[in-house]
Write a protein that binds this ligand. Structure first.
Ligand SMILES: [Zn+2]
Length: 280
């Protein structure tokens, strides 16, 4: 089966400050191997081949004050993915707290080659719907993505990184975004895990333009978190969050997922078909 893993972390790790790096690398004995993937896209492609993964979404977001990722993370990622853009889906990012010209910055990152955008409220320190009050220019990011037909993955759920603010991970903030930008495709990363799965499920069923993206949820627990997953199989996107804690490999998660009691059709849609509609 052809698999798209729409959420992995091979990023400019070197930008992370010490406290963030300590959290990120904790419990990862293969740090050198992982750093090598970031240094060499061909090594990552070989790993994808070994794991049977056709394409990956390369998560990337600008968060200079919490995660250390500056605006330079965008050209870094686009250069990285340019080695094989059909298999390496570059995520771009604009942080409206640090940019006045959000529309221009968003247009430029899409023009440069970003195939999706990432918004990470707990690490970027604004609510997903902050354009309604404190951060009006955030609306420009969503509007430009909507006009360009570029999906936006929004982190929902908690975060344990130092400085992260988990209250911004409440998926219900995305309800406004879905209403205000009805043609924008929104992926709810992590399905609100571990606190807000009911809200995430509601949003996926309520809004035609909101999809569930299951990265970070242990596949063995997926049906505990989302018992009615079969019902939303045509609106669910596969992802692993590799190499986050507990994610041994991209392959191991796929194998565990294939063992779940879901129809073969649902599995195929989640692992491949739905993502193929987003990224040809
Ligand atoms: Zn992630």
């Amino acid at each position: 089966m052809t698999v798209t893993d729409a959420h992995i972390h091979v990023q400019p790790f070197h930008m992370m400050p010490a406290a963030v790096a300590a959290t990120f690398w904790k419990g990862k004995p293969n740090r050198a191997e992982l750093e090598n993937y970031a240094a060499d896209p061909r090594a990552l492609l070989a790993k994808m081949d070994a794991d049977g993964i056709a394409r990956v979404g390369l998560i990337n977001y600008v968060s200079p004050d919490v995660m250390g990722f500056t605006d330079e993370a965008n050209p870094w990622m686009i250069r990285f993915a340019s080695i094989e853009p059909s298999r390496l889906i570059a995520f771009g990012s604009v942080n409206p707290r640090f940019t006045n010209d959000v529309a221009g910055a968003t247009e430029r990152v899409i023009e440069a080659g970003a195939k999706a955008l990432k918004v990470h409220p707990p690490h970027q320190l604004f609510r997903a719907n902050a354009y309604q009050d404190s951060l009006p220019r955030l609306a420009d990011l969503y509007r430009v993505a909507e006009d360009a037909g570029i999906p936006v993955t929004i982190h929902t759920g908690t975060s344990v990184f130092p400085g992260a603010r988990s209250r911004f991970g409440d998926p219900m903030d995305v309800d406004d975004v879905a209403v205000d930008f009805p043609k924008l495709t929104i992926l709810l990363a992590h399905g609100g895990r571990p606190l807000w799965m009911d809200a995430a499920f509601f949003l996926v069923r309520r809004h035609p333009n909101v999809l569930l993206e299951v990265s970070g949820i242990p596949p063995a627990k997926l049906l505990e978190y989302f018992p009615r997953l079969e019902e939303i199989a045509d609106k669910t996107i596969w992802g692993t969050d590799w190499p986050s804690p507990g994610v041994k490999s991209m392959r191991a998660n796929v194998d565990a997922f294939l063992g779940l009691s879901l129809s073969a059709e649902a599995k195929r849609r989640i692992l491949h078909d739905n993502a193929a509609k987003l990224w040809q």
